[in-house]
Ligand binder design. Sequence first.
Ligand SMILES: N#Cc1c(-c2ccc3ccn(Cc4ccccn4)c3c2)n[nH]c1N
Length: 229
Amino acid sequence: MPLRIDVITIFPDYFAPLQLSLMGKAQQSGLVTIAIHDLREFTSDRHRSVDDTPYGGGAGMVMTPEPWGQAIDAVVTDQSTLIVPTPAGKLFSQPVAAELAHSTHLIFACGRYEGIDQRVVEYYRPRIDVRELSIGDYVLAGGDVATLAMIEASVRLVPGVLGNPESLVEESHQLPGVEYPSYTKPPTWRGLDVPEVLLSGHHDQIARWRAEQSTIRTTHNRPDLLPGS
Ligand SMILES: N#Cc1c(-c2ccc3ccn(Cc4ccccn4)c3c2)n[nH]c1N
Protein backbone atom coordinates (compact mmCIF):
# COMPACT_ATOMS: atom_id res chain seq x y z
CA MET A 1 0.00 0.00 0.00
CA PRO A 2 1.76 3.19 -1.13
CA LEU A 3 2.02 6.17 1.22
CA ARG A 4 -0.43 8.80 -0.05
CA ILE A 5 0.41 12.48 0.52
CA ASP A 6 -1.95 15.39 -0.19
CA VAL A 7 -0.52 18.91 0.07
CA ILE A 8 -2.89 21.89 0.29
CA THR A 9 -1.28 25.27 -0.43
CA ILE A 10 -1.82 28.65 -2.11
CA PHE A 11 1.57 28.18 -3.83
CA PRO A 12 1.44 24.82 -5.69
CA ASP A 13 4.57 25.75 -7.67
CA TYR A 14 6.62 25.53 -4.42
CA PHE A 15 6.26 21.75 -4.76
CA ALA A 16 7.66 21.29 -8.27
CA PRO A 17 10.94 19.96 -6.72
CA LEU A 18 9.07 16.86 -5.55
CA GLN A 19 9.09 15.66 -9.16
CA LEU A 20 12.91 15.55 -9.14
CA SER A 21 15.55 13.13 -7.88
CA LEU A 22 14.71 10.72 -5.06
CA MET A 23 11.21 12.11 -4.49
CA GLY A 24 10.41 11.81 -8.19
CA LYS A 25 11.74 8.24 -8.32
CA ALA A 26 9.71 7.32 -5.22
CA GLN A 27 6.55 8.42 -7.03
CA GLN A 28 7.49 6.70 -10.30
CA SER A 29 8.12 3.48 -8.37
CA GLY A 30 4.62 3.61 -6.89
CA LEU A 31 5.92 3.59 -3.30
CA VAL A 32 4.51 7.08 -2.73
CA THR A 33 1.80 9.16 -4.39
CA ILE A 34 1.87 12.94 -3.90
CA ALA A 35 -0.93 15.29 -4.97
CA ILE A 36 -0.76 19.09 -4.69
CA HIS A 37 -4.02 21.06 -4.26
CA ASP A 38 -4.50 24.81 -4.70
CA LEU A 39 -6.46 26.09 -1.70
CA ARG A 40 -8.03 28.83 -3.85
CA GLU A 41 -9.88 26.09 -5.80
CA PHE A 42 -11.91 25.62 -2.62
CA THR A 43 -13.00 29.26 -2.19
CA SER A 44 -16.48 30.47 -3.14
CA ASP A 45 -16.10 34.22 -3.66
CA ARG A 46 -15.09 35.82 -6.94
CA HIS A 47 -11.86 37.15 -5.38
CA ARG A 48 -10.95 33.61 -4.26
CA SER A 49 -9.99 35.11 -0.89
CA VAL A 50 -8.35 32.95 1.78
CA ASP A 51 -7.59 35.41 4.57
CA ASP A 52 -9.16 38.05 6.80
CA THR A 53 -8.29 40.33 9.71
CA PRO A 54 -7.57 38.67 13.10
CA TYR A 55 -10.22 38.75 15.86
CA GLY A 56 -8.75 40.50 18.90
CA GLY A 57 -6.61 42.75 16.67
CA GLY A 58 -2.92 42.40 15.90
CA ALA A 59 -0.75 42.70 12.82
CA GLY A 60 -1.20 40.69 9.66
CA MET A 61 -4.00 38.49 8.38
CA VAL A 62 -5.28 35.03 9.34
CA MET A 63 -6.39 32.30 6.89
CA THR A 64 -10.15 31.76 7.07
CA PRO A 65 -11.35 28.27 8.05
CA GLU A 66 -13.91 27.44 5.36
CA PRO A 67 -11.61 26.98 2.34
CA TRP A 68 -9.49 24.68 4.53
CA GLY A 69 -12.55 22.72 5.59
CA GLN A 70 -13.63 22.29 1.97
CA ALA A 71 -10.12 21.31 0.84
CA ILE A 72 -9.43 18.86 3.66
CA ASP A 73 -12.90 17.29 3.36
CA ALA A 74 -12.12 16.64 -0.32
CA VAL A 75 -9.21 14.31 0.55
CA VAL A 76 -9.64 13.15 4.17
CA THR A 77 -10.34 9.55 5.18
CA ASP A 78 -10.42 7.92 8.60
CA GLN A 79 -6.83 6.78 7.91
CA SER A 80 -5.57 10.35 7.41
CA THR A 81 -3.02 12.22 9.52
CA LEU A 82 -3.35 16.00 9.19
CA ILE A 83 0.01 17.78 9.54
CA VAL A 84 -0.16 21.51 10.21
CA PRO A 85 3.27 23.18 10.01
CA THR A 86 3.47 26.06 12.51
CA PRO A 87 6.21 27.83 14.51
CA ALA A 88 4.12 26.88 17.56
CA GLY A 89 4.25 23.15 16.79
CA LYS A 90 6.06 20.24 18.37
CA LEU A 91 9.58 19.86 16.96
CA PHE A 92 9.80 17.68 13.85
CA SER A 93 12.62 15.14 14.21
CA GLN A 94 14.04 11.97 12.68
CA PRO A 95 11.83 9.78 14.93
CA VAL A 96 8.78 11.78 13.79
CA ALA A 97 9.90 11.35 10.17
CA ALA A 98 10.07 7.59 10.76
CA GLU A 99 6.52 7.62 12.18
CA LEU A 100 5.19 9.58 9.20
CA ALA A 101 7.01 7.23 6.81
CA HIS A 102 4.86 4.39 8.11
CA SER A 103 1.56 6.26 7.81
CA THR A 104 -1.14 5.47 5.27
CA HIS A 105 -2.22 9.00 4.32
CA LEU A 106 -0.68 12.38 5.17
CA ILE A 107 -2.43 15.71 4.54
CA PHE A 108 -0.16 18.78 4.81
CA ALA A 109 -1.96 22.10 5.39
CA CYS A 110 0.51 24.79 4.27
CA GLY A 111 -0.52 28.05 5.90
CA ARG A 112 0.61 31.55 5.04
CA TYR A 113 0.07 35.06 6.50
CA GLU A 114 -0.01 34.69 10.34
CA GLY A 115 -1.34 31.16 10.14
CA ILE A 116 -4.64 29.24 9.83
CA ASP A 117 -7.76 29.85 11.99
CA GLN A 118 -7.23 27.44 14.94
CA ARG A 119 -10.74 26.02 14.53
CA VAL A 120 -9.47 23.97 11.58
CA VAL A 121 -7.24 22.01 13.99
CA GLU A 122 -10.04 21.93 16.58
CA TYR A 123 -12.56 20.56 14.03
CA TYR A 124 -10.42 17.67 12.76
CA ARG A 125 -8.69 16.72 16.06
CA PRO A 126 -11.68 14.59 17.31
CA ARG A 127 -11.98 12.93 13.88
CA ILE A 128 -8.39 12.10 12.78
CA ASP A 129 -4.78 12.30 13.98
CA VAL A 130 -3.77 15.99 13.85
CA ARG A 131 -0.12 17.06 14.39
CA GLU A 132 1.03 20.67 14.67
CA LEU A 133 4.75 20.46 13.79
CA SER A 134 7.65 22.90 13.54
CA ILE A 135 10.92 22.25 11.69
CA GLY A 136 12.95 24.54 13.96
CA ASP A 137 13.21 27.60 16.14
CA TYR A 138 13.13 30.27 13.43
CA VAL A 139 10.20 31.87 11.60
CA LEU A 140 9.45 31.16 7.95
CA ALA A 141 6.96 33.04 5.74
CA GLY A 142 4.69 30.01 5.50
CA GLY A 143 4.37 26.27 5.84
CA ASP A 144 5.44 25.32 2.31
CA VAL A 145 9.22 25.01 2.85
CA ALA A 146 8.58 23.18 6.14
CA THR A 147 6.28 20.76 4.30
CA LEU A 148 8.94 20.11 1.64
CA ALA A 149 11.46 19.33 4.38
CA MET A 150 9.10 17.02 6.26
CA ILE A 151 8.07 15.18 3.09
CA GLU A 152 11.68 14.64 2.01
CA ALA A 153 12.80 13.50 5.49
CA SER A 154 9.85 11.10 5.78
CA VAL A 155 9.64 9.70 2.23
CA ARG A 156 13.34 8.73 2.20
CA LEU A 157 12.55 6.44 5.15
CA VAL A 158 9.75 4.62 3.30
CA PRO A 159 11.01 1.06 2.76
CA GLY A 160 12.29 0.64 -0.80
CA VAL A 161 12.78 4.35 -1.54
CA LEU A 162 16.50 4.42 -0.73
CA GLY A 163 18.44 2.03 -2.96
CA ASN A 164 20.82 1.13 -0.14
CA PRO A 165 19.07 1.08 3.27
CA GLU A 166 22.56 0.63 4.77
CA SER A 167 23.08 4.36 4.30
CA LEU A 168 20.30 5.00 6.80
CA VAL A 169 22.18 3.30 9.61
CA GLU A 170 25.19 5.61 10.07
CA GLU A 171 23.69 8.97 9.18
CA SER A 172 23.26 11.78 11.65
CA HIS A 173 20.20 11.67 13.89
CA GLN A 174 19.83 7.94 13.47
CA LEU A 175 22.75 7.12 15.81
CA PRO A 176 23.50 9.19 18.95
CA GLY A 177 25.47 12.27 17.87
CA VAL A 178 26.33 13.47 14.39
CA GLU A 179 28.07 11.52 11.64
CA TYR A 180 31.81 11.42 10.97
CA PRO A 181 33.33 13.51 8.12
CA SER A 182 33.41 11.94 4.63
CA TYR A 183 36.15 11.96 1.99
CA THR A 184 36.52 10.74 -1.59
CA LYS A 185 39.01 10.98 -4.48
CA PRO A 186 41.47 12.59 -5.12
CA PRO A 187 43.70 11.47 -2.20
CA THR A 188 45.28 14.96 -2.18
CA TRP A 189 43.34 18.09 -3.07
CA ARG A 190 44.92 21.57 -3.04
CA GLY A 191 47.62 20.24 -0.69
CA LEU A 192 45.12 18.62 1.67
CA ASP A 193 45.41 14.85 2.23
CA VAL A 194 42.66 12.37 3.05
CA PRO A 195 43.24 11.04 6.64
CA GLU A 196 45.72 8.17 6.20
CA VAL A 197 43.67 5.69 8.26
CA LEU A 198 40.91 5.80 5.60
CA LEU A 199 43.39 4.57 2.97
CA SER A 200 44.82 1.82 5.24
CA GLY A 201 42.25 -0.90 4.65
CA HIS A 202 42.25 -1.61 8.41
CA HIS A 203 38.50 -1.68 9.00
CA ASP A 204 38.74 -1.82 12.80
CA GLN A 205 41.02 1.22 12.87
CA ILE A 206 38.72 3.01 10.40
CA ALA A 207 35.66 2.26 12.58
CA ARG A 208 37.48 3.54 15.67
CA TRP A 209 38.62 6.71 13.89
CA ARG A 210 35.10 7.38 12.63
CA ALA A 211 33.62 6.92 16.11
CA GLU A 212 36.22 9.37 17.52
CA GLN A 213 35.47 11.89 14.76
CA SER A 214 31.73 11.60 15.40
CA THR A 215 32.29 12.38 19.11
CA ILE A 216 34.60 15.32 18.33
CA ARG A 217 32.09 16.74 15.84
CA THR A 218 29.12 16.20 18.17
CA THR A 219 30.98 17.86 21.08
CA HIS A 220 31.83 20.86 18.93
CA ASN A 221 28.62 21.26 16.89
CA ARG A 222 25.84 19.54 18.88
CA PRO A 223 26.77 18.98 22.54
CA ASP A 224 23.03 18.67 23.19
CA LEU A 225 23.13 15.30 21.40
CA LEU A 226 25.91 13.86 23.60
CA PRO A 227 24.74 10.87 25.67
CA GLY A 228 23.64 12.01 29.14
CA SER A 229 23.27 15.66 28.10
N1 LIG B 1 6.81 24.46 10.45
C1 LIG B 1 7.15 25.56 10.58
C2 LIG B 1 7.66 26.87 10.73
C3 LIG B 1 7.11 28.10 10.34
C4 LIG B 1 5.80 28.43 9.74
C5 LIG B 1 4.90 27.41 9.40
C6 LIG B 1 3.63 27.74 8.89
C7 LIG B 1 3.29 29.09 8.72
C8 LIG B 1 2.12 29.76 8.27
C9 LIG B 1 2.36 31.12 8.33
N2 LIG B 1 3.62 31.31 8.79
C10 LIG B 1 4.23 32.62 8.99
C11 LIG B 1 4.13 33.05 10.42
C12 LIG B 1 4.87 34.10 10.81
C13 LIG B 1 4.79 34.52 12.13
C14 LIG B 1 3.96 33.87 12.99
C15 LIG B 1 3.25 32.81 12.54
N3 LIG B 1 3.33 32.39 11.23
C16 LIG B 1 4.21 30.10 9.05
C17 LIG B 1 5.46 29.78 9.55
N4 LIG B 1 8.00 29.06 10.68
N5 LIG B 1 9.07 28.47 11.25
C18 LIG B 1 8.89 27.14 11.31
N6 LIG B 1 9.79 26.25 11.85
